[in-house]
Design a protein around this ligand. Structure first.
Ligand code: FA5
Length: 348
């Protein structure tokens, strides 16, 4: 065989290899097809064996031809392998349940928790009325949480049913998780001379748990003490507050109540924010919703805190932030605020 014949045969092999590659539809078939030509016992290899029969001066040229054909077949193999890879990927994507034509979900930017949003709104309203913001510890002494606030020793609020006690170390005062924000009243009056005008937002704890009661919840305390403060100031402040929060048509009503640290005391109701006072399921057909406890500061509290009850008077009230948030946002179950289900949180 001469060089020209060999070149012709090799070219024919390359054409055959490409045709074989085109016919394969699986990658392992393609590898097998390649071995038929370029494998150890492949056709190109056996063609190479004939080199030995050629005169020595022709052998380098034949070697170059063999390499050219090997490169050609390798290139065809690579190209076909790439095609098969793509086809495999396309098939996988079509078979998978992901719909690549759907638009992306988009970013969901973080936002304040609805309770914090409502608390911020309440604080803004009171600050605009001239109240300062005060705070106190969540682990309180029995003295600040109850005794200075004129709770008799056997008052049911001291019962372990309501109050979560903190195990005290030897020599420490009786400690508890504060059951309300009213101890901040005491701490403020012990620290500052009158007049005082503060609100105290914060977390409080009670042994209490159902659809409208949580063992951990938020209150905002309000205290205003000065010369000549009367029940009218309390009513005026509350009216302004509920109108800023629920709208200008909102009315309030004070119902006689009892708190050891206020005298007289009143529960404050707002005209139902859902039916405008007509009567509905939410207000149990009464037209009113209870939102907070209030009263004129009891003289015994002034005496305990070093104020002269003959000189100053004042009012105080404490509202539950969750209750206000439930009304304002139309949330029927207090527990949804703490579950942190993003489908709930995203709505606010
Ligand atoms: C008090 O805690 C008094 N310290 C309020 C007060 C302050 C009265 C100053 C007078 C002067 P009361 O126990 O009613 O009062 O609680 C006040 C509000 O907290 C309730 O109206 C209610 O909105 C909310 N609240 C009470 N218990 C829970 C609870 N377990 N979960 C959620 N909110 C609650």
């Amino acid at each position: 065989m001469n060089l020209a014949d060999l070149t012709k045969q090799l070219d024919a092999l390359a054409v055959e290899a490409r045709a074989d590659f085109e016919l394969t539809s699986r990658k392992d078939d393609l590898v097998q097809a390649k071995n038929k030509f370029l494998g150890r016992k492949g056709l190109v290899k056996s063609m190479g064996a004939t080199v030995a029969q050629l005169p020595p001066e022709e052998r380098p040229a034949v070697g170059r031809e063999l390499n050219r054909i090997k490169d050609l077949i390798e290139a065809d193999f690579d190209a076909r392998m790439l095609q098969l890879d793509r086809q495999e990927l396309d098939a996988r994507l079509i078979a998978s349940s992901a719909d690549l034509t759907l638009p992306p979900r988009g970013e969901s930017p973080a936002g304040g928790h609805p309770l914090i949003q409502i608390e911020d709104e309440l604080i803004r309203i009171f600050r605009a009325m001239g109240f300062d913001v005060a705070s106190g510890p969540e682990i309180e002494t029995d003295l600040h949480n109850f005794e200075y606030l004129n709770f008799p020793p056997d008052h049911p609020a001291r019962d372990m049913q309501d109050t979560m006690l903190v195990e005290a170390l030897a020599g420490q005062q009786d400690l508890l998780l504060r059951t309300h924000t009213s101890p901040v009243q005491v701490r403020t009056m012990l620290k500052y001379k009158p007049p005082v005008r503060i609100i105290a937002p914060g977390v409080v704890y009670r042994h209490d748990h159902d659809q409208t009661h949580s063992p951990v919840f938020r209150q905002i305390e309000c205290l205003h003490v000065d010369k000549g403060i009367t029940l009218s100031h309390l009513k005026g402040t509350l009216t302004h507050f509920v109108r800023a929060l629920f709208g200008a048509q909102t009315r309030i009503r004070l119902r006689p109540s009892f708190f050891p640290f206020t005298e007289p005391s009143a529960e404050v109701d707002v005209s139902c924010v859902f039916c405008g006072g007509e009567g509905c399921r939410i207000c149990k057909q009464t037209g009113w919703l209870e939102i907070l406890g209030s009263g004129m500061v009891d003289p015994n509290v002034y005496l305990a805190c070093g104020y002269d009850p003959g000189e100053v008077t004042g009012y105080a009230f404490g509202l539950g932030v969750e209750r206000v948030a439930m009304l304002k946002l139309g949330v029927p179950d207090i527990r949804t605020f703490y579950e942190n289900d993003v489908r709930f949180l995203e709505q606010f």
